[in-house]
Design a protein around this ligand. Structure first.
Ligand code: SAM
Length: 249
């Protein structure tokens, strides 16, 4: 079927590629890759020789028009990124939107995504969550972003890079508070897969004191904001309220 196929690829463990993903990658005439050299290794591991073309943040709109022409000529195209699901903190949004506007079919395949995989094993509430991508690199931007999310009741999910993890955790402690429960998932599906959970202060402490925890790829997740329930009021407040109730007319 002539379409643009959105194909997730493994986030570490090559065994996580699906049979359907391999079939599609073999059958299409063209694979649009974020980085052709990076994806070349993955594709050659699976013996896939389909033609590759680069599609990254800087050429996406131009390439999208060119890909739409290929679809018009009856050629199917697959989109992959370096790892995980395309469009999730990766290129592809403009391509999909242009291809849809031009009236072609876009068919997504389900597959690896670091955010969802991390959340599923984090122990944090998964009924409602907000994926926030990467926190800004500069401190002011990070503080502003976290301040805007401070009272959000949903679990917050952030992507993070090794050289910024300590700064981001420090901002989380200072804005969301040292007692906010958080989880850090590192190197998911790889040899050194680790989950750290605890209060923001505890996780910051563990990561700061162990340089190994600052290596590799990581997802940060924060418990959503919890407004104080009546039964969570401090004892002193309950005593004062009880006294007031008996004293007031
Ligand atoms: N599109 C990808 C996806 O579906 O997950 C994400 C691409 S984004 C550019 C890369 C970020 O994803 C990393 O900085 C890290 O936050 C997260 N990530 C990717 N692979 C991971 C892994 N194996 N373990 C933990 N986090 C990972």
């Amino acid at each position: 079927k002539v379409a643009l196929y959105i194909v997730p690829t493994p986030i570490g463990n090559l065994g996580d590629i699906s049979e359907r993903a391999l079939d599609i990658l073999r059958q299409v005439s063209l694979i649009a890759c974020e980085d052709t050299r990076h994806s070349g290794k993955l594709l050659s591991h699976f013996g896939i020789e389909t033609r590759k073309v680069a599609l990254h943040d800087h050429n996406e709109r131009d390439k999208a028009q060119w890909i739409a022409q290929k679809l018009a000529a009856g050629e199917s195209v697959a989109l992959i990124s370096d790892a995980g699901t395309p469009l999730i903190s990766d290129p592809g949004y403009h391509l999909v939107s242009i291809v849809r506007q031009e009236g072609f079919e876009v068919i997504p395949l389900p597959g690896p995504c670091a955010a969802i995989t991390a959340l599923s094993a984090s122990g944090l509430p998964s009924d409602r969550f907000s994926f926030e991508g990467f926190l800004p690199a500069k401190e002011k931007g990070r503080i502003d972003k976290l301040s805007a999310l401070k009272q959000d009741p949903r679990t917050l999910i952030f992507y993070e890079s090794p050289h910024r993890i300590v700064h981001s955790l420090e901002s989380i402690v200072s804005v969301l508070g040292e007692d906010r429960v958080i989880a850090m998932a590192r190197e998911i599906t790889k040899t050194f897969e680790t989950f750290l959970t605890g209060t923001a202060a505890e996780v910051l402490d563990k990561v700061k004191s162990d340089p190994n925890q600052q290596r590799g790829e990581m997802v940060l997740m924060c418990h959503g904001y919890r407004s104080m329930q009546e039964d969570e009021l401090p004892i002193a407040a309950i005593e004062t309220l009880t006294l007031l109730c008996t004293e007031l007319p």
